[in-house]
Write a protein that binds this ligand. Sequence first.
Ligand code: SF4
Length: 418
Amino acid sequence: MSNTLIQDMPLKQGKRQRLDKPELLAPAGSLEKLKFAVHYGADAVYIGGQKYGLRSNADNFSFEEMREGVLFAEKYGAKVFVATNIYAHQEDLDGVADYLRELENAGIAAIIAADPAIVEMAQQVAPKLEVHLSTQQSTMNWQAVQFWKEEGLPRVVLARETTMEEIREIKARVDVEIEVFIHGAMCSSVSGRCVLSNHFTDRDSNRGGCCQSCRWKYDLHADEQSVMEPGHNPFTMGSKDLCMIQHIPDLIEAGVDSFKIEGRMKSIHYVASVVNVYRQAIDAYMADPEGYRLRPEWVEDIGKAANRPLNTGFFYAVPGAEEHIYEEEEKPAPYDFAAIVTDYDEATGFATVQQRSPFRPGMEIEFFGPGGRQSFQTIVEMTDMEGNPLAVARHPLQKVRIKTEKPVEPLDLMRKKL
Ligand code: SF4
């Protein structure tokens, strides 16, 4: 590693002139999610391989799936990154070099790494792979960013705990790409500095095993006495989720290069919905910064895919007591993912859809697609693939035909109002 002393660099004056569009970076826990994330507007996706990532419970990618994902993404001009952000114990390093070479051969654009051993190994054995510093390194100041730049890293993923003011200063002082989380779950400890899961379940958070122990329901006891009021609900240690849809101009003007959405374990409905909204907001701002207005349907659409309370994390202030979830506050989302459109017949106005949760005639549904296309209707006519009327689509992956009020397209999604 470099021993270069970091000099006090001059702060550039004035608001940063931004000419290039920031990247929208989406999670992809499976090949199917990758395709939906890209189709709905992600410029890049991050995935996990079979090893060395922090989501050991996700449907992680084989090398063959990675190659297929890269080819699919390339058709849209999008990139694929692989999270290799464990903190490695000595035994974990066996085989890392071969793994990195395989990633390079599969056409992966970058790895997201935290452990300096993996950073250095990637630079040595797979020089075509960009190395992005993971948020697991908890980088929050420009001197640390400068250090990693001098180590040859083109991008630093800042800690979720970094403030907007700190981001502005980092971008003003160091010419390196900055990626920040703009949406999704937060850790209730400093990200990557938590071993709750290790202690409670013997699953190592820093080797991909976190089981979100902070969100479990707990009773409080002191000296073997419950200190909870009668009738009081068990409390959790979870934080509200992050959502920055109301602050896109701030993020772009601060110079953030990559807007990252958390959630490799989330559904394709969640990923497509959230990517779709941020894609529209970023494009709208870049097309007309002065005329940009937050559209209420963006906020509403995010609410259709999420069921946890949202806040702005650490961007504007250190979260106080009110930003913590003491009691279980999850409410069912107002909509549920129902189906994927696989075909549409313009002549008859019937869409063929693949079922993802049961639906029946009489239900209020919404079709939506990339770019904010959406239409609302009640299911009136529904048949099986032979044209026989259907009372309910109850079987997972069952294909059925629905008469739509407006045209839809393959890969549009259908959700049902609850
Ligand atoms: S248990 Fe909670 S706070 Fe700890 S690493 Fe997991 S998500 Fe983060």
